[in-house]
Ligand binder design. Structure first.
Ligand SMILES: [Zn+2]
Length: 277
């Protein structure tokens, strides 16, 4: 499941390929995407037709493709990769792989393709992207906005365990199961610690969250199954993970076996000795 480092890696690999590219008429597979909703292809077509891409950026786990016509902003397209979504730039004559759902010709013999086997992802167009309802109510970006005093205040106001708190996109935007597990290990905080009690460790948490995300980005993301960047390259961060997916392996700090716990179908990995409640 792509989290912030994977989405950031996709954005960085897409940006040089898409900037100034002219968008041709969009093609759609005819199949619905997230929640069995068909993408609003008419709106996508209305907004993208005759435009060029002016920028590609990330907000939380969303990919924003800004377009312009005659030097004026025309809004753009937001993409959420869901669980298995991929955005790739490929030669137009490359065979369309199974589960290709949307295709934009880019000119110069290239295409932008959205591929998503499980169809938990979605694509939406907007005249003013930042005002789309889907992008409202997001918490601070852990790389750009999160700071210890604000996190401490937010932790103090919560009744959730710290892990659930950090997964809540309204509290901190962009984290998922992998990087939350890694950040809690790095900060020495047990996943079931009440958020309120973790407020005194806000500074350590901010530092740990940034460190694991930056390492993820430097390694071009974590590929467990489906994730690839815009070139189709898998990420190299799996081997840098210290607890996630390492049940029974020795903790890198104390050699006690890493524990896996399942809550509501989600795995949590931690060191019961290093991570305090
Ligand atoms: Zn340990």
């Amino acid at each position: 499941v792509p989290e912030l480092p994977e989405v950031e890696t996709v954005v960085r690999s897409l940006r040089p390929k898409l900037r100034a590219a002219k968008l041709g008429p969009v093609w759609w597979s005819g199949l619905p995407l997230h929640l069995l909703r068909p993408p609003d292809v008419k709106a996508i077509q209305r907004i993208c037709a005759g435009t060029r891409v002016s920028d590609v950026r990330r907000r939380a786990k969303y990919i924003l493709i800004d377009v312009e016509a005659r030097g004026r902003s025309r809004g753009g397209v937001v993409v959420h990769l869901g669980m298995t979504g991929q955005l790739r730039v490929v030669p137009a004559d490359a065979p369309r792989v199974a589960h290709t759902h949307l295709v934009w010709p880019l000119g110069g013999g290239r295409e932008l393709r959205f591929v998503d086997p499980r169809r938990f992802g979605w694509v939406m167009a907007g005249d003013v992207l930042d005002e789309l309802p889907e992008l409202q109510g997001l918490g601070p970006d852990p790389l750009e906005q999160l700071d210890a005093p604000a996190l401490a205040a937010s932790l103090a106001a919560s009744r959730a365990p710290i892990k659930a708190f950090l997964l809540d996109q309204r509290r901190v935007a962009g984290l998922g199961n992998i990087y939350v597990s890694e950040a809690l290990f790095r900060a020495g905080v047990h996943p079931v610690t009440p958020a309120r009690r973790a407020r005194k460790r806000a500074a350590a948490l901010v530092e740990a969250i940034r460190a694991v995300l930056e390492q993820g980005i430097n390694n071009r993301g974590t590929t467990l199954r489906d994730y690839v960047d815009a070139d189709g390259m898998t990420g190299g961060n799996s081997s840098a993970l210290q607890v996630y997916g390492r049940e029974g392996e020795p903790c890198v700090a104390c050699a006690a076996p890493i524990v896996r716990r399942v809550d509501a179908g989600r795995s949590t990995f931690f060191c019961a000795r290093c991570q305090r409640r």
